[in-house]
Ligand binder design. Structure first.
Ligand code: HEC
Ligand code: HEC
Length: 323
């Protein structure tokens, strides 16, 4: 992953030199780029101090200018010995940040793990995976049984990555990803929830009943706040070397994925997007937008009827299970 948009620091230098381009030839994309660089500049100072407060994670207030910052990069980390385990961790990191390129058979669409787990799973309130390995095995309501970390990774492949077939828990890709996530969990107590886990949720008292959400309202908000980077068609706009995964359609995650649930998707959007101003949406706006995105078609997960086998556990926001 070579940053085509420079780091915030380089962005600042460019800005100070007055390098921001203007003129008739400025396309929307160039404008976005400039926008990114300037916002990186304006915020880089506060970002640096916030980085310490957030401990081992990129802070939730950081903008897209920090998208290329990786705090724990096993490829750059020279303290890692040249052992078979190091090779596995590095392979896992590559898979995590370029799933479609590294494992095309298991990720046939355009969705990479790090599109959702931002900064390679190291950003606050963007489904961070630092320190979570020690929480497995864990009870899972959807499966109605105890699942291991490898089971969880398999689940991500068959749902979020829309893999055509279920990989074995001993598949090389699953083992490598487990190695990377376990490496992110080193030094943390087993069985003790890290304080930053499960924070992509909207408080219960602010949840709006699904029947009261209005996809048309969501569409309006989406047009105002999201299309510059995700496109009106939801398929993603190229920005430097970044392109968000398709939010719907054949190349997106399937309807059995976590992000296909309205409240889960809203909890992600609420704290991470729009990427130049994360946290600026209200709880209601995030839910309206999520209702719009989940009103769209996406691949269907073949094993859906086996999910939530215990009666009464199907969550109210699992809208694709009710159609
Ligand atoms: C489309 C977005 C998306 C993609 C892509 C994605 N995930 Fe996730 N992942 C989620 C969400 C949302 C959750 C939270 C649990 C839930 O509700 O499903 C999650 C949870 C997890 C967890 C459990 C975290 C915890 O604290 O318990 C792991 C581990 C994980 N994902 C790994 C991966 C790996 C590895 C990949 C790539 C193969 C991946 N994810 C791809 C959205 C995604
Ligand atoms: C400034 C550009 C920008 C804006 C504006 C923006 N996003 Fe994103 N978004 C991204 C990028 C880039 C990613 C992928 C992150 C990565 O891979 O590092 C992303 C990822 C996502 C994801 C995870 C899955 C995917 O498609 O990659 C969702 C969901 C999402 N954005 C929703 C939204 C919504 C809803 C809005 C409007 C409220 C929004 N975004 C506004 C740039 C943006």
């Amino acid at each position: 992953m070579k940053p085509a948009i420079a780091s915030p620091r380089a962005g600042c230098a460019l800005h100070r030199k007055g390098g921001a381009r203007r003129g008739a030839d400025v396309t929307l994309r160039a404008l976005l780029l400039v926008c990114l660089l300037i916002s990186g500049c304006a915020r880089s100072e506060s970002q640096t101090s916030a980085a310490h407060a957030a401990g081992p994670l990129i802070p939730e207030t950081a903008t897209m200018s920090a998208a290329w910052q990786i705090l724990h990069d096993p490829i750059a980390d020279t303290s890692l010995a040249g052992s078979p385990l190091t090779e596995q961790i590095r392979r896992g990191y590559r898979l995590f940040t370029n799933t479609t390129g590294e494992a095309p058979a298991l990720a046939p669409g355009r969705v990479t793990c790090a599109n959702c787990h931002l900064n390679a799973g190291q950003r606050e309130r963007a489904l961070p995976l630092v320190g979570v390995a020690g929480m497995f095995p864990e009870y899972n309501t959807r499966a109605a049984r105890l699942i291991t970390l490898a089971d969880r990774v398999v689940d991500c492949f068959i749902r979020s990555e829309n893999a055509p077939e279920r990989p074995a828990t001993s598949a090389p890709e699953v083992l490598a990803l487990s190695a990377y996530i376990t490496w992110l969990g080193r030094g943390y107590a087993v069985g003790q929830n890290p304080s930053w886990r499960n924070r992509n949720v909207i408080a219960k008292e602010h949840l709006i009943p699904v029947a009261q959400l209005d996809p048309a309202k969501g569409q309006q908000l989406y047009a105002e706040r999201c299309t510059s980077c995700h496109g009106e068609d939801g398929q993603g706009v190229q920005i430097g070397d970044k392109k968000a995964a398709p939010l719907w359609g054949d190349q997106s995650w399937n309807d059995g994925a976590g992000l296909s649930r309205i409240y889960t998707l809203a909890g992600f959007i609420r704290y991470t997007m729009p990427y130049l101003d994360p946290g600026s949406l209200t709880d209601e706006e995030a839910q309206q937008i999520a209702a719009y995105i989940t009103s769209k078609p996406r691949p269907s997960f073949a094993g859906k009827e086996k999910d939530y086998p215990v009666s009464g556990t199907l969550p109210p926001d699992a809208v694709y299970y009710r159609r």
